[in-house]
Write a protein that binds this ligand. Structure first.
Ligand SMILES: [Zn+2]
Length: 186
């Protein structure tokens, strides 16, 4: 187990388009990708996030992990089983949008109000290189869109139509938390 250092906004890797993973390397006994994926999961748990993308721990690769089980931080959120997705692509966006408060381990001090598609279909591969297709909505759809944005060099503040709703966490708790849903922290 290893907890990796989380990259913060300003690190250029967060603005890069991450490179596709060569699926053959997932089963390479001399490779380090399986260990890296385990480390991503450990880091997400340690930092209390519900999702993490590889550039957030310093590697420009199209890998994301997500999970939300019995979260003390998000007791009201639906649970999301652990997912590891390699080379994810969003193949369907619902036109219906939902807006909610998001935060990010790479912008840990901030929350912002972000519109997202209510439902998405994501296709990619599991950690063994098998094709997977995820059709989901609401919270897990938001987390997926947030994490896949990271793989394209996009952070949640780029998606905010109204930057007057960008808040420090403390001010969010004081002024917004009662009025809106709690922030997600992919
Ligand atoms: Zn994030």
């Amino acid at each position: 187990m290893a907890v990796l250092k989380v990259t913060k906004l300003g690190n250029p890797i967060l603005r890069e388009v991450s490179k596709p993973v060569d699926l053959n390397l997932l089963s390479d006994p001399d490779g380090d990708l399986q260990t890296f994926i385990d480390d991503m999961v450990d880091t997400m748990h340690e930092e209390g996030g519900v999702g993490l993308a590889a550039p957030q721990v310093g590697r420009s690769l199209r890998i994301l992990v997500m999970e939300c089980e019995d979260s003390e931080r998000y007791p009201d959120r639906e649970s999301i089983p652990l997912e590891v997705i390699i080379n994810p692509e969003i193949t369907y966006f619902d036109e219906e949008k939902i807006s909610g408060w998001e935060s990010c381990l790479s912008l840990i001090d901030f929350s912002g109000y972000v519109p997202r598609s209510k439902r998405v279909i994501v296709e990619g591969y599991d950690r063994n290189g098998n094709p997977i297709k995820i059709d989901t909505d609401d919270f897990s759809a938001i987390v997926l869109q947030h994490e896949i944005d990271h793989l394209n060099g996009i952070v949640f503040i780029d998606r905010m139509p109204d930057l007057t709703k960008l808040s420090y966490q403390e001010e969010f708790q004081t002024f917004w938390a009662e009025k809106e849903t709690a922030p997600t922290q992919p």
